[in-house]
Design a protein around this ligand. Structure first.
Ligand SMILES: *[C@@H]1O[C@H](CO)[C@@H](O)[C@H](O)[C@H]1NC(C)=O
Ligand SMILES: *[C@@H]1O[C@H](CO)[C@@H](O)[C@H](O)[C@H]1NC(C)=O
Ligand SMILES: *[C@@H]1O[C@H](CO)[C@@H](O)[C@H](O)[C@H]1NC(C)=O
Ligand SMILES: *[C@@H]1O[C@H](CO)[C@@H](O)[C@H](O)[C@H]1NC(C)=O
Ligand SMILES: *[C@@H]1O[C@H](CO)[C@@H](O)[C@H](O)[C@H]1NC(C)=O
Ligand SMILES: *[C@@H]1O[C@H](CO)[C@@H](O)[C@H](O)[C@H]1NC(C)=O
Ligand SMILES: *[C@@H]1O[C@H](CO)[C@@H](O)[C@H](O)[C@H]1NC(C)=O
Length: 475
């Protein structure tokens, strides 16, 4: 039955303008509801209760999976080792160890907020955070969303760089689907109100059939997965159920004060270079734009470190996977950072860059604009520069000339926008729920809220369709 709340007001409002018969019908129900409401005389409730902490978007239920799907997959290597991609994922709830090497670079009060975080740890971070979420429910019957804490990235990661059979690569995914299909709440919806987090890019779960391109698992190709929502660091732009979430960076503020301190630190930092490039050239990729950018940047880098227009951090020489000191110094010291695609379209470096208050320069739309819809402002030019990769490869546009054409005032405004985005793209490390956060929401909170709102809207849509159908079919 309907409840006397915002939902019905909203549905009346949105249907007054669509189908007159349906609105009349709903209005009738509404009047009946008011009559019932008055005759039952329940304690009066405020029509629009204050929204803080009330989970107005619904609740989330977290499955208690057998450990083979999560904790058993956590490796044992507890620091970041660039040669083993999963190292550090398990450490400190996914945040990694404290980055003591940044002492003297970051403000003293934030020394413990900086970690050696593995870029593929979001499935672990989300799991630990959701267990403490204020809208987590222990009553599955009434939940809006069902969270499956499967570490899909770690499950496939065991087999990524070895000669494994397809059965091995798909083993955990197949078992997970068997397990979840036995759950009553899955059977009720075929998974369409279920959500999971993929710590790696979506392409690692969409194995192609071409024998030359056997990579990853077929988890997302499985028919049972088609209506399940996945939060992932790189989404397939055509897939409604893939939602892009930020790569984890090393900064994990524990309070609003931490964020404010960091924002003013990067706002006033003395940036002595125009731009920076952090990355390695790839000789095995033909027409590699990274090699070109590396050469361009070297060309502009001047003699002493930090004195020229561009700062290079060559990841073939510096182990970028764990040596974040050089990267952070380069990003803090530059107005802009170059972000070409890498092995895939997205890169963690885009987020490192923005957190350092540097303005990202993008060469492919899919690196950012088509990815992180819930996080980024609508106007890309307000916080970034776009230079088409084709123009760069063809030598049609000089990066330096493009960047120099921006006025000091325009760069300041773009940086201000980037600084405004920082709180939304960090994964904060706070034990308290969001009530004390001045309404500031981090990447995790935005994702949970987005999923609840989306599932709520889909459910409402289905309900209205069936109400409408029932009415039109009744004699
Ligand atoms: C970075 O990686 C190198 C090589 O594996 C290792 O020797 C070093 O201890 C690591 N440093 C940090 C800060 O994790
Ligand atoms: C779930 O999928 C099965 C097989 O495709 C279908 O028969 C069934 O009607 C679906 N149930 C719901 C609730 O969508
Ligand atoms: C996914 O949802 C659509 C629309 O609700 C439905 O038609 C389809 O059968 C569902 N697929 C599966 C595998 O449940
Ligand atoms: C910024 O750094 C440059 C080069 O080191 C220096 O000349 C300049 O005085 C600094 N500006 C400020 C405001 O500290
Ligand atoms: C390096 O700089 C020289 C002189 O400014 C220029 O002629 C050359 O094209 C530059 N090379 C690259 C790769 O940018
Ligand atoms: C890519 O993004 C830029 C900046 O928003 C836009 O001007 C351009 O039209 C986009 N290109 C494509 C192919 O969507
Ligand atoms: C959060 O709680 C854990 C244990 O419950 C504790 O080890 C950790 O230090 C706490 N973090 C903060 C930022 O208070």
């Amino acid at each position: 039955m309907f409840t006397f709340n915002k939902t019905i007001i909203h549905s009346i409002h949105s249907h007054i303008t669509s189908h007159p018969l349906i609105s009349l019908f709903i209005l009738t129900l509404f009047l009946i509801e008011i009559t019932l409401f008055c005759s039952h005389s329940p304690p009066p409730q405020p029509l629009f209760p204050p929204t803080d902490n009330l989970c107005t978007d619904g609740t989330i239920y977290v499955y208690d999976l057998p450990p083979m799907f999560n904790s058993d997959l956590l490796g044992t290597c507890d620091d970041l080792d660039p040669w083993h991609w999963q190292c550090g994922v398990a450490t400190n709830h996914g945040y990694g160890t404290t980055a003591t090497e940044l002492a003297g670079i970051v403000p003293e009060s934030l020394a413990s907020a900086w970690h050696r975080t593995n870029q593929f740890s979001s499935e672990v971070i989300f799991h630990n955070r959701v267990l403490k979420h204020k809208c987590r429910t222990m009553e599955p019957e009434s939940a809006t969303a069902y969270y499956i804490p499967f570490y899909a990235g770690l499950a496939v990661g065991k087999y990524l760089f070895s000669d494994s059979s397809n059965e091995e690569r798909d083993f955990h995914a197949v078992e997970l689907i068997k397990w979840v299909q036995d759950q009553p709440y899955w059977r009720r919806s075929n998974g369409s109100d279920h959500v999971l987090v993929l710590g790696r890019i979506t392409w690692d779960f969409r194995r192609l059939t071409d024998p030359e391109k056997l990579w990853g698992s077929t988890f997302l190709n499985m028919p049972e997965m088609q209506n399940v929502t996945r939060l992932t660091i790189e989404r397939a732009p055509y897939d409604y159920h893939d939602i892009g979430v930020p790569y984890p960076t090393g900064f994990h503020p524990t309070s609003v004060t931490d964020i404010r301190t960091w924002q003013s630190f990067v706002r006033t930092y003395n940036r002595t270079s125009l731009f920076t490039f952090v990355g390695a050239a790839r000789e095995d990729i033909g027409d590699d734009i990274r090699g070109l950018l590396l050469r361009t940047c070297r060309n502009e880098s001047g003699s002493g470190s930090g004195s020229g227009a561009c700062r290079v951090v060559d990841c073939a020489l510096t182990p970028c996977a764990n040596g974040s000191k050089e990267i952070i110094e380069a990003l803090l010291g530059s107005e802009f950072c170059l972000q070409p695609r890498g092995d895939s379209f997205t890169r963690r470096s885009v987020f490192d860059c923005m957190i350092a208050g540097s303005v990202p320069v993008l060469f492919w739309n899919r690196t950012m604009y088509d990815q992180y819809e819930w996080y980024m402002p609508e106007e890309p030019e307000s916080y970034s520069v776009f230079i088409d990769h084709g123009d760069v490869s063809a030598g049609k546009r000089s990066i330096k000339a493009v960047l120099e054409s921006y006025s000091v005032e325009k760069v300041r405004r773009m940086r201000e926008k980037v600084i405004e985005i920082i709180p939304k793209i960090v994964y904060s490390n706070s034990n308290s729920s969001s009530s004390s956060n001045d309404g500031m929401k981090d990447a995790f909170e935005i994702a949970v809220e987005g999923v609840l709102k989306r599932f709520g809207a889909e459910r409402e849509q289905l309900r209205l369709e069936s109400v409408g159908k029932g009415f039109l079919e009744s004699p």
